[in-house]
Design a protein around this ligand. Structure first.
Ligand code: SF4
Length: 144
């Protein structure tokens, strides 16, 4: 049996399409409080189904949680910001970014009253300045 915890899955579900958690619960052989048990076959079927799945855009409370987490990491690391050149490289990556779900630009320049918005993570351009943050689709260049 493969043992998962509901709390782990709730965190992971933020990077998975809608219905991920419900799928796992439906495939479970046994649910015991916070623990979810799957047969190896059911677990493998879910791994295959969600491999390479495009993450959905966070909404509402998730956005607020993500923002709070990003700020906490940023402050805890001593507020490390990018150089202007590093920022420009991230900006160029965002401008060239095509969303894998619909083939349209991922970056919306006019959203959030001109702060712009990434349709993959829901964040504005302010996130790009934070050395502690990463692109949700791993499309930013590596930092030195
Ligand atoms: S943060 Fe990443 S996913 Fe979002 S627009 Fe920029 S490169 Fe694309």
């Amino acid at each position: 049996m493969i043992r998962l915890t509901r709390s782990q899955l709730q965190i992971r579900a933020k990077d998975r399409p809608l219905g991920y958690l419900e799928d796992i619960l439906a495939a479970a052989s046994r649910i015991d409080g916070n623990e979810i048990f799957l047969t190896p076959e059911a677990h493998q079927a879910l791994v295959d189904k969600y491999r390479g799945a495009v993450p959905r855009e966070p909404r509402g409370f998730e956005l607020a949680q993500n923002f709070a987490g990003a700020m906490a990491r940023f402050v805890a690391a001593g507020v490390p910001v990018l150089t202007a050149e590093e920022y420009a490289a991230r900006e160029a990556a965002c401008r060239a970014c095509i969303h894998p779900r619909d083939g349209q630009p991922t970056w919306e320049e006019a959203a959030y009253f001109g702060l712009g918005k990434c349709r993959a993570c829901g964040c504005s351009r302010l996130k790009r300045w934070m050395r502690t943050e990463r692109c949700r689709l791993d499309r930013w260049p590596e930092l030195p």
